[in-house]
Ligand binder design. Structure first.
Ligand SMILES: [Ca+2]
Length: 470
């Protein structure tokens, strides 16, 4: 769909997600602040819940992120998606990935956060790992086709230890030096800030690190008690500090919201080259908390300092939240799963607008959460119907590490959460049974047909067949 046609869909914000609490009338009627806030999203790759000192790491030293947390809002129940491409889909579209993709490639017809903010007059920039075009050049699916004015970075990940850069749609060199990426992306990001300090902007900085193959520059190599992985995180910490310093120096701190998070949990099978989920069970590509729950810190003059919250917030909420803050509009012609968290972030409310979350790995619904309860509905091999006799229920407030199945003690909760899962399957669907509000493009439909053929063993993390059972 041409971008001019897409603009027509940008009406006023909708409450597409039934999961979102109703916004109080007085708040809905409040006028938007005169000056539009800037947004900076720092999105690391495969960094776990336990990898920052402010989230409990004893071996990795992250003074700048710790300070950012003290001066801002630290979230301890923030959810992304369990693997790279789908996590970027969620962040950009405000939707559960299973609603819109089957392969790791986002249709041009989907409306991204960048497109929404661009429609409100924002300068938009993406620096780093894109991973929304199947890790290759695809006309119509590049960052500059999806709302970003400017792009520099790598289309895929660092698995091979070699990456090629693109600047907008042109090839822009390559490197085998994985330790150069964090500094280089940060330089590019700061250059963008200097150029656009006088207009509202979205700076999206999806780092390539600490996705294996990892590397650190000479300044950090061998310095951390956490080994090479620790060096990589400490380099990310230092460069995030450099970014915050630039924001302050340019006089942008009061009106810029900086968010730091990771795209998914740690890649545990990589051993010492992977991170830690801290007190959480599981890691990347699993439906345990360690796959989905990551550190999230928000900072800037609009975020009250010194807050820590265990409220349930998800990356799918950021698109509608930022749209509203910008006086812009999330799409109303389609279902969006995100909730407007503006009141919570501003400190006007202690409560999240969300109290449910769906855990899809790949295209399969594995678990659902409501409040303190999490129910696994289908932990085994892919099935399109949750197997009720395999239900496992965990109390995340009493048992964060998901060690004790309490399904037999709380049949009423199992029943309530099973109903939530059934509704998700009707609405979003899974596998080759898309729900009534799924919108899979031709590319995704082709993937479904391929899926119906006999399976080959997936390679590595499975760029074409993402996800696996916990
Ligand atoms: Ca990742």
């Amino acid at each position: 769909m041409p971008s001019t046609t897409r603009r027509r869909f940008l009406g006023t914000i909708g409450l597409g997600a039934a999961a979102c609490a109703v916004r109080p009338a007085w708040l809905a009627a409040a006028p938007a602040p005169a000056k539009k806030p800037n947004f900076v999203i720092v999105f690391t790759d495969d960094q776990g819940y336990g990898d920052l000192s402010c989230y409990g790491s004893k071996t990795i030293h992250t003074p700048r992120l710790d300070q950012m947390a003290r001066e801002g809002l630290k979230l301890t129940s923030f959810y992304v998606q369990p693997v790279c491409g789908p996590s970027r889909t969620a962040l950009m579209t405000g939707c559960y990935p299973a609603r819109v993709i089957r392969k790791w490639s986002l249709a041009g017809s989907e409306i991204t956060m960048a497109e929404v903010l661009k429609s409100a007059g924002y300068a938009t920039c993406c620096i780093g790992k894109w991973d929304l075009s199947g890790r290759q050049f695809v006309e119509g699916r590049m960052p500059t086709d999806q709302g970003f004015d400017y792009y520099f970075g790598t289309l895929g990940a660092t698995d091979s230890g070699h990456v090629a850069f693109y600047r907008n749609k042109e090839k822009a060199g390559e490197t085998d030096d994985m330790g150069s990426l964090t500094g280089r992306y940060t330089d590019e990001a700061i250059a963008f800030l200097r150029q656009h300090k006088d207009e509202p902007f979205l700076l999206y900085l999806p780092h390539s690190m600490p996705h294996v193959k990892i590397g650190a520059s000479e300044q950090f190599l061998g310095k951390s008690k956490g080994g090479l992985y620790g060096d990589v995180i400490e380099e990310l910490d230092w460069n995030t500090g450099r970014l915050l310093d630039a924001i302050k120096e340019l006089g942008l701190a009061e009106n810029t919201i900086v968010l730091f998070t990771s795209d998914n949990g740690p890649w545990l099978v990589k051993g010492e080259m992977g991170g830690s989920a801290g007190p959480l069970h599981g890691g990347k590509m699993t439906a345990w908390e360690g796959g989905f729950r990551v550190p999230c810190i928000l900072w800037g003059g609009r975020i009250p300092a010194g807050r820590e919250s265990n409220e349930l917030i998800a990356s799918i909420d950021l698109m509608p939240t930022f749209a509203r803050m910008a006086g812009a509009a999330a799409p109303t012609d389609r279902v969006i799963d995100g909730c407007d968290q503006g009141a919570f972030l501003a400190g006007a409310s202690d409560k999240s607008a969300r109290d449910t979350f769906l855990y899809y790995t790949g295209d399969q619904l594995r678990a659902v959460r409501k409040g303190r309860w999490k129910l696994f509905v289908n932990k085994g091999a892919a099935k399109n119907t949750p197997a009720q006799d395999k239900s496992e229920l965990y109390d995340l407030e009493a048992d964060l590490g998901e060690t004790t199945n309490v399904a037999a003690v709380h049949p009423d909760v199992v029943s309530q959460l099973s109903e939530l899962a059934a509704k998700a399957l009707e609405d979003i669907g899974e596998g080759n049974r898309p729900g009534k509000n799924a919108r899979l493009d031709a590319d995704a439909s082709k993937a479904l047909q391929e899926k119906a053929k006999p399976k080959k063993k997936p390679s590595s993390e499975g760029a074409t067949t993402p996800g696996s059972a916990p």
